[in-house]
Design a binder for this molecule. Structure first.
Ligand code: FAD
Length: 391
């Protein structure tokens, strides 16, 4: 094992946040050496970005997070310009269900109040209107919802590819297949250890998604995060092939087996395959050392999604052809918290040389969190109020 070149910044994880941080830091510090270490490859399906798309929304129940999505929106538009590529397709964000149910996405009623306060336009819809307009059937009579038209779907691979290109152009170096085993901060910087190599840096960002908790625990930094393997099922459409359907999320009261939350994407505007995807948002069976991820969708969860489609989405063909995949979602266990993003100053010896970004439904914040990480790596106060993210 040898210590290679000394780096100004090492970023652990080439997921969206690591890539966005690398690009933002490198373009502001052209003479600094920035390295990204990734245990798999770009576009890995074994961490938080498997699949093709993520939900883009402005609305949040919590005003302090809501304000951050409005800032993220501006940065996405800048990123699209820099990358010369459309990354968010604003097909709309439809929320429906029991307006009083609280979920890890928030609550419909409180979110409508928050949209009123933030003056974000939306269209309130009754259960009948939702069924008539979007083809759902058999929804509970007390269901209601809204359409927020600026929401939509983010192109995951387009975003990762754009950030990788921009970061490379800004001089960032990448090493793939390098699994970081330990980070050892000290008074002057930090040592990063992989199986093959030992690296030195002035600053280190831990943006390792499902891998962050383990790395931080070695430093006695305990983040209250749980990782779940969530299912996503692709199904063919039999009818309603129009391209105008929005992303949807169904807020339902939990049932005995799971949280009973489903969401779905119509065929992606950039895709040619014509499949809808249904996701289960079930916080059950967290990943532990005894319960390692199998990287396949739980068959019971797949059946629950197929059952939802059979009951409520007559325009799909769940029994004709479907395929299922899984993805690792890292979520704070405290329902009042959405994310962890902060310097580790004061949390361990040399913590001032460590920045941590972990947890939550964070893809929509990619350019914002990347910039915040870059600010913290440069020991600058972030330009937005991130008190809701700090730990
Ligand atoms: C099913 C599902 C649906 C989701 N839907 C949405 C949504 O609609 N909207 C939204 O905003 N967000 C959504 N998310 C969350 C979003 O995808 C994640 O928040 C986001 O991917 C987190 O980015 P990240 O860069 O922090 O971590 P990741 O994307 O997990 O990337 C971390 C990277 O670090 C690497 N790594 C891990 N450990 C190590 C190590 N020890 N050494 C080196 N490399 C390491 C991993 O291989 C990976 O490439 C969803 C997630 C899932 C699973």
């Amino acid at each position: 094992m040898h210590t290679s070149v000394h780096w100004d910044v090492i970023i652990i994880g080439a997921g969206p946040i690591g890539l966005a941080a690398a690009w933002n830091y490198a373009r502001e510090h052209r003479d600094h050496k920035v390295l990204v270490l990734e245990q798999h490859a770009l576009f890995t399906q074994l961490a938080g970005t498997s699949g093709e798309e993520r939900h883009w929304r402005l609305q949040y129940s919590e005003l302090e997070i809501f304000r951050l999505t409005l800032e993220a929106d501006k940065l996405w538009r800048q990123l699209e310009q820099q990358a010369d590529r459309k990354l968010i397709h604003r097909i709309g964000s439809l929320w429906f269900g029991d307006a009083d149910v609280w979920t890890n996405e928030g609550q419909i009623r409180q979110t409508m109040l928050s949209m009123d306060e933030m003056r974000l336009p939306y269209e309130r819809l009754t259960m009948r209107e939702i069924e008539r307009r979007y083809g759902f059937t058999g929804l509970d009579s007390n269901y209601e919802g809204f359409l927020q038209q600026d929401g939509g779907v983010i192109d995951v691979k387009g975003t990762l590819a754009s950030l990788y290109s921009l970061a490379s152009e800004a001089g960032v170096e990448f090493q793939f297949q390098q699994c970081v085993k330990a980070v050892e901060p000290d008074a002057r910087g930090a040592t990063v250890l992989t199986t093959q190599n030992r690296y030195r840096a002035r600053k280190v960002l831990v943006a390792s998604g499902p891998g962050s908790k383990k790395l931080l625990r070695q430093l006695d930094i305990e983040l209250a995060l749980s990782t779940y393997e969530m299912a996503c099922i692709s199904m063919l459409r039999s009818q309603r092939l129009g391209a105008n359907d929005p992303f949807w999320f169904a807020f339902q009261p939990p049932v005995e087996s799971d949280s009973n939350l489903f969401y779905g994407f119509p065929p992606n505007p950039w895709s040619v395959n014509g499949f809808d995807r249904l996701g289960t948002d079930f916080e059950v069976d967290p990943i532990t050392e005894a319960n390692a991820p199998g990287y396949r969708a739980n068959p019971q969860h797949v059946e629950r999604a197929l059952e939802f489609a059979r009951r409520h989405m007559p325009f799909l063909e769940p029994d004709k052809q479907h395929s299922a995949a899984s993805c690792l979602a890292v979520l704070p266990t405290d329902p009042a918290r959405q994310f962890y993003l902060d310097s580790a100053k004061g949390r361990c010896h040399g913590g001032e040389h460590l920045v941590v970004s972990a947890g939550g439904w964070a893809f929509k914040f990619t350019p914002l969190m990347g910039q915040i990480c870059a600010d913290l790596l440069a020991e600058r106060e972030p330009r937005w109020d991130i008190s809701a993210l700090r730990f």
